[in-house]
Write a protein that binds this ligand. Structure first.
Ligand SMILES: [Zn+2]
Length: 347
C-alpha cells in the first residue's frame, strides 16, 4: 500500500451478473405495476430477455464490461438468457468482454418455460461454448422453471465437463421445494444464487452468492447469508458491477439485521470472489483512496480505480478504458437500447 499513489488490490470479482440487463435502464414501463417477485419476472425480465438479439446482447455486454472496469471489477461471473437468440450468445458475451479486457465466466440459464425444446437448446449452447474451451459453468435459470429431467441433464453435463452449475436458488417464495430437488445434484463447485427462502439446514453443497441490492429491489426479503455454513460471495444480479458499492449495501443490510455485525464479514464475502475466479488475483487495481480497509470503505463512497491492469496489461488509465473508446461504446449501446425498447413496446 502506498498512500501517495493510492492503495492497490487485485481486481474485484462480481460473482453473479446479468450483462444482458445493461440496456434495461430506461426501458418502457411494464403493462401494469408488478405486485410481487413472480410478476416482476413475468412483466419485466421475461419480456426483456425475449426481445434480445445477438446485436443487442453484444452492446449490452460491451457496456457492462466497460462499466465493470470503470469500477475496478476485472472478473464477471455472468448468467445469460435470450430465448429468441440462444445459439452463439455465450460467444458474443465472451468476445465483448475480451475486447474490453474484462474476464468473464459465461453460463446459459436453461429453462422449460419455453418448452422442453428451449431447455435442450439452452443446454446445447452451454455444451457448445464449454467444449470449445470457453470459460464458464452450466447455467440453470431456477428449479421452479425446470423439469427434473432438465435439472439432471444440466448437472450431468457440468459433471462431465468438470465445471459447476450456476443457478438461482430460492430467490422468491415461488421456488419452494428447490432444496429437496437440488440436494441430490449439487456439488461444492455449484454457485447457488440468493438462497433467500432456504431453511438454515438446507443441506445444499456449493457457494452462495448474495445480491443484497437486487433482493431489496425485488422485495423478496433478506437472505441473512451469515447463517449459511457454505462459502458466501457477492454479486449484483445485473445492477452494474460496482462491487465496493455492493459491499457497502451488504454491510448495511447485515448490520440492520444484527447490530454486532462487522464490515469484515461483508468484505470476506467480496473476497470469496477470488476463490471463484482466481485469475483476478493476477489483476491489479490502483485506487483513488490510500486505504482499502473494510471499516473505512463501509463509510466512504466514491472510491474508484485510477488504473487497472489485467494479466499485466493496462486496461484502464485515469478512469478511461484503453482498449475501447468508452464514449463510442456508450453511443452504440444507446442505439441498441432504443431498438430493444421499441421491440418491448411492440410485445
Ligand atoms: Zn440473477
Amino acid at each position: 500500500m502506498d498512500a501517495a499513489n493510492g492503495a492497490t488490490s487485485p481486481g474485484l470479482v462480481c460473482a453473479h451478473h446479468h450483462l444482458y440487463s445493461s440496456l434495461a435502464r430506461g426501458m418502457p414501463a411494464p403493462p401494469r405495476t408488478p405486485t410481487g417477485f413472480t410478476d416482476i419476472l413475468e412483466l419485466v425480465w421475461w419480456r426483456l430477455d425475449r426481445a434480445l438479439d445477438l446485436e443487442s446482447i453484444r452492446w449490452s455486454a460491451m457496456l457492462g464490461a466497460v462499466e465493470a472496469l470503470e469500477r475496478g471489477c476485472t472478473a464477471i461471473i455472468d448468467h445469460h438468457e435470450s430465448p429468441e437468440a440462444i445459439d452463439g450468445s455465450l460467444d458474443v458475451i465472451a468476445e465483448a468482454c475480451a475486447e474490453v479486457g474484462v474476464r468473464v465466466s459465461c453460463a446459459y440459464g436453461i429453462t422449460d418455460r419455453h418448452g422442453a425444446d428451449g431447455a435442450r437448446r439452452g443446454l446445447a449452447e452451454n455444451e457448445r461454448y464449454l467444449r470449445a474451451g470457453g470459460r464458464g459453468m452450466v447455467g440453470i435459470h431456477a428449479a421452479f422453471t425446470c423439469s427434473d429431467a432438465s435439472l439432471e441433464a444440466a448437472a450431468g453435463l457440468a459433471a462431465d465437463l468438470g465445471v459447476g452449475v450456476h443457478v438461482h436458488v430460492a430467490e422468491g417464495a415461488a421456488d419452494v421445494g428447490v432444496a429437496d430437488r437440488l440436494r441430490p445434484l449439487a456439488t461444492d463447485d455449484w454457485l447457488l444464487v440468493h438462497g433467500v427462502h432456504l431453511h438454515d439446514d438446507h443441506g445444499l453443497a456449493g457457494t452462495f452468492v448474495h445480491n443484497p441490492r437486487s433482493n431489496m429491489n425485488n422485495s423478496v426479503g433478506y437472505a441473512r447469508p451469515a447463517r449459511f455454513a457454505n462459502p458466501v460471495a457477492l454479486g449484483t444480479d445485473g445492477i452494474g458491477a460496482d462491487m465496493l458499492d455492493e459491499f457497502r449495501v451488504a454491510y448495511a443490510r447485515h448490520r440492520e439485521d444484527d447490530v454486532t455485525a462487522s464490515p469484515e464479514t461483508a468484505w470476506g464475502w467480496l473476497a470469496t470472489g477470488w476463490d471463484l475466479f482466481p485469475e483476478a488475483r493476477n489483476d491489479r487495481v490502483t485506487w483513488n483512496d490510500s486505504h482499502m480497509d473494510p471499516w473505512r470503505l463501509a463509510f466512504t463512497t466514491g472510491v474508484g480505480p485510477r488504473t487497472v491492469e489485467v494479466d499485466g496489461e493496462v486496461v484502464l488509465v485515469d478512469g478511461r478504458p484503453t482498449r475501447v473508446d468508452a464514449d463510442e461504446v456508450r453511443a452504440r449501446a444507446a442505439e441498441q437500447a432504443v431498438r430493444l425498447h421499441r421491440r418491448l413496446e411492440e410485445m
